[in-house]
Design a protein around this ligand. Structure first.
Ligand code: NAP
Length: 245
C-alpha cells in the first residue's frame, strides 16, 4: 500500500460497466490508482480492474450502494484511512426507471433520486472532508442531456440529473478558494447497457452527428477535467452529445 500512497488516487462510482468503466481506464492511463465502485456486478468490476491493469495502472474494486448512506460512509471511511484520501472523485453511478409521471410508481421516483442525487451527496460529503484538509481535489459529476433539456418519460431521471448540476455549481463556488474543482459532464446517448431499450435508429436521426457516442468519448472529457490542464475550470457543464441542443 505504500506504493499506492505515493500515487494519485481516484474513486469512480459505478465503475464496473459502461461509461464508468471507460473513465477508470482513462484515469489509469493518467497514473491514478483507481477505486472501482460497483453495486452488485462483481465480475464486471473485476473485468474493469483487469482493463485498468492492462492500461498500465492499478486499483481495487469496492462494493457499496451509493444510495445507502451508512454503508457508503463506512466504506469511504475505511478507504480514506487506507489510501490517505482521494485526489479525484467521479460520481458516475446512475440508473433509469422510465415512465410517464402520471403513472410512475413511487418506488421508481425514489430509486432514481436516491441513486443519482442522494448518491452524489452520500459519496461526496465524506470524500470532501479529506480533500478540504489537503486543499486540493477534482470532482466530476456525470449528469445527462436529460438534466439540461428534460425528456418525456424521464421526470425522475431529469430531476436527479438537473439537481446534480445545481448542486455541482453551488459546491464549485463553496470549494473554489480551497483549491477543489467541481465540474459536470452531460452525455447524450452513449452505447452502454443503459440504452438497451432505446430506439437507437430513430434517435440517430435527431442527433446532429447522426450516431451514438462511445463511452471513451465521455471518459476523455472526464479525464481532462480531472487533470491539471483544467486547472482554471470549475462549476462548468460540458455536454458530450454529438451536437444535441
Ligand atoms: P450502465 O452501463 O447501466 O452502468 C451503471 C453503473 O452504475 C454500473 O457500474 C452499476 O454497477 C453502477 N450502479 C448503479 N446503481 C448503483 C448504486 N446504487 N451504487 C453503486 N453503483 C451503482 O450505465 P452507463 O450508461 O454507463 O451510465 C453511467 C452514468 O452516465 C449514469 O449516471 C448515467 O445516468 C449517465 N448517462 C448515461 C447515458 C447513456 O446514454 N448511456 C447518457 C447520459 C448520462 P453494477 O455493475 O454493480 O450494476
Amino acid at each position: 500500500m505504500s506504493e499506492t500512497q505515493e500515487k494519485k488516487v481516484a474513486l469512480v462510482t459505478g465503475g464496473s460497466r459502461g461509461i464508468g468503466r471507460a473513465i477508470c481506464v482513462e484515469l489509469a492511463r493518467d497514473g491514478y490508482y483507481v477505486v472501482i465502485n460497483y453495486k452488485s456486478n462483481a465480475q464486471a468490476a473485476d473485468e474493469t480492474l483487469g482493463l485498468v491493469r492492462a492500461a498500465g495502472g492499478d486499483g481495487e474494486t469496492s462494493c457499496f450502494d451509493v444510495a445507502d448512506a451508512q454503508q457508503t460512509a463506512d466504506v469511504i471511511k475505511d478507504l480514506t484511512a487506507k489510501l490517505s484520501g482521494f485526489d479525484v472523485l467521479v460520481n458516475n453511478a446512475g440508473i433509469t426507471a422510465d415512465g410517464l409521471m402520471a403513472m410512475m410508481p413511487d418506488r421508481d421516483w425514489h430509486a432514481v433520486i436516491n441513486t443519482t442525487l442522494n448518491g452524489f451527496y452520500n459519496v461526496t460529503k465524506p470524500v470532501l472532508k479529506k480533500m478540504i484538509r489537503r486543499r486540493k481535489g477534482a470532482i466530476v459529476n456525470i449528469s445527462s442531456v436529460a438534466g439540461l433539456t428534460g425528456n418525456k418519460g424521464q421526470t425522475n431521471y431529469s430531476a436527479a440529473k438537473a439537481g446534480l448540476i445545481g448542486a455541482s455549481k453551488s459546491l464549485a463556488q463553496e470549494m473554489a478558494r480551497i483549491g477543489i474543482r467541481v465540474n459536470v459532464v452531460a452525455p447524450g446517448l452513449i452505447e452502454t447497457d443503459m440504452i438497451h431499450d432505446v430506439p437507437v435508429e430513430f434517435m440517430k436521426e435527431i442527433i446532429p452527428m447522426q450516431r451514438i457516442g462511445r463511452p471513451e468519448e465521455v471518459a476523455k472529457t472526464v479525464r481532462f477535467l480531472c487533470s491539471d490542464d483544467a486547472s482554471y475550470i470549475t462549476g462548468q457543464v460540458i455536454a458530450v452529445n454529438g451536437g444535441m441542443v
